[in-house]
Each structure stands twice: as structure tokens, then as C-alpha cells.
Design a protein around this ligand. Sequence first.
Ligand code: HMG
Ligand code: MG
Length: 314
Amino acid sequence: MTTPNYPARVRLIDVGPRDGLQNEAQPVPASTKIELVQRLQAAGVQEIEVTSYVSPKWVPQMADNHAVMQGIARRAGVRYSVLVPNMRGLQAALRDRPDEIVVFGAASETFSQRNINCSIAESIERFAPVVEAARQAGIAVRGAMSCAVGCPYEGDIAPERVGALARQLKAIGVQRVDVADTIGVGTPLKVQRAIEATLAHFDLDHISGHFHDTYGQALANTLAAMQMGVWHFQCSVAGLGGCPYAPGATGNVATEDVVYLLHGLGIDTGIDLDALADTGAWISGVLGRPTGSRAGRALLAKRASGDALSCGTR
Ligand code: HMG
Ligand code: MG
């Protein structure tokens, strides 16, 4: 049997504290966000997107960015990233010394306007000095490319538009990019085409997949990206999330589900799946709803029934 040439290792970036919680209607206390970060790192997650420095009028849930960043006990070897839309956001973020900032643009003009109130060209102009100042301060820079396969307002997005955005982000000094399916409409071929367009400007080590799971395709899209050699993925514990400017979109693919997939393929993640499932159950409990992770639910049910799901043993 021939097996596809998957990467030997995969690094997961849990975006639950930021992408996962930014859309929560109920205020989530900073102490809960801090505990979420602590639990994720204790489970072995090596990259965590902690918060964003955006207008509190636009995204009130992230208004406690400073308290959250100051409250976490950082672990050596863990990379803490934060979203920054402009110079004002960078100046605020610098006080908290993130390891990486994320400037976030879009391959769709309408989404760019709705999300950050400017055109794609204006966003690049706005990001350029932010990227330069971050790098001068010794902080790494990632660029998110929203709507890389589809837009809630414009529908399908051609790969050429993703390539054009990747080229512009590269030109201003962004070091790595996320191919983001913001509304989870992508299917494997579409995702592969968006990645292919990105590969003209960034190499495989500098591209990550960021797949929301609205249509249940995110795991398939992850596998399709891995077949191309992509080995960084963003995911959200318990599948938390949704974007305030992408109506109807659900959260990122659940970290537990991706870890289950990867471990099943014999790919190491450094993550303890049981501890991660506990974290997903804990945060879902705090938010008052069941976990959105299928693997998380199955693991918890299995544990609760004393291994009753081990087929044929009873
Ligand atoms: P604007 O209104 O065009 O900006 O917003 P402005 O410069 O005219 O400022 C307006 C007000 O915001 C002023 O306050 C500023 O001081 C304040 P006022 O005078 O009205 O009291 N302001 C700020 N406050 C705090 N921090 C800042 C900041 N900047 C200005 N950094 C802006 C432009 C980008 C600020 C606004 O549109 C915004 O905050 N948007 C938030 C967008 C957002 O966070 N979206 C969700 C994250 S993106 C995402 O989830 C997608 C991703 O996951 C990938 C994917 O799935 O696709 C990354
Ligand atoms: Mg997202």
C-alpha cells in the first residue's frame, strides 16, 4: 500500500483564546482566558494566539488584552501571538511583549472593508510600518489571509487574489502567512489551489492552514494541505469560535479532532490529547454548552462509561 507523503511533524497553533472567544456574546472574564492559555500550554500546545489589540467598540470581548497577556505565566518554548490591525494596536501590544504579531488582511475587498474598515490596498499601506516596527522590536510577524477560498459577501474567491495578497504581504516583510477559510466553505481542491497560489511567495515552512469548520470540511482540508507539505495549522480547542464579521461561520476546526487525526497517522504533535480534551470540556462547561469537538466528546464519553466504547470487550 502506498501512503501519502505527510509531513513528519505538525505544529498546531491554538487560536481558541482569540478566534474562539472573540465572538462570545457573554463577557468572558480575563481570569478564564488566562486559565485557558495555562491549560493549553500544560497540555503541550506550543503556539497560542492569545488575544487581539483591536477597537473595543468593534470587538468588546478582546478589550482585556493587556490583563490577559500580563496574567499568563509564560512557558519557555511556547510562542504567544496576538492580532494587531494598526500602529495603535502595535503600540499597545508592545507593552505586553508578544512573541509574534499577526496583521490580518483579506483576499476579498468587501470582507476587508467590513472587518477592518479599509480596502486591501489601504490595509497593506497600514500594515507596512507596523510590520517594520514589530520586526525592529524583535517580534515576529505573521499575516492572516482571510477569505482565501470564499467570502460571505462575494462568494468564491479566485486563487489569484490569494496569490496577490500573499505577494503584497511578503513585500512588506511579513514572515509567514495563514491561508484562512474564514467561513469554512472550502473543500480540499479549493484549499489546495489557495495554498498553491501562496507557495509562489512563501515556502512550505511559512504557510499555515486556518480552517473554520462550518461545512464540516476542515479536517479534510487539513489533510489536503498536509498532502502538499503544509505542517502548521491553526485550530481551536473545543471548536470554539466564529468571526464577528462573518455571519453564520462556525469556529475553527477543533484542536482535539486534529490531534486525534495526526496521532492516528503516527504524526507527533507534542500534545497530550487527554489533557486537551479535559481543557475543551472545561471551557465548554464555563461557557455553558457542550464541546464542539467530536473527538473530545468521544474521549469523554469513553472515559465516563469506563471504556464501554472499546468494541467487543463487554
Ligand atoms: P476604524 O474605525 O477605521 O479606525 O477601525 P479609526 O482609526 O478611525 O479609529 C476608530 C476608533 O477606534 C477610535 O476610537 C480609535 O482610537 C479606536 P474613538 O475615537 O472612536 O473612541 N482604535 C483602536 N482602539 C483600540 N485598539 C486599536 C485601535 N485602533 C483604532 N488598535 C479597526 C479600524 C481596525 C481598528 C477596526 O476596524 C477594528 O478594530 N476591527 C476589528 C476587526 C477584528 O478584530 N476582527 C476579528 C479578527 S479577524 C478574524 O477573526 C479572521 C482570522 O481569524 C482569520 C480568518 O479566519 O479569516 C484572523
Ligand atoms: Mg479565523
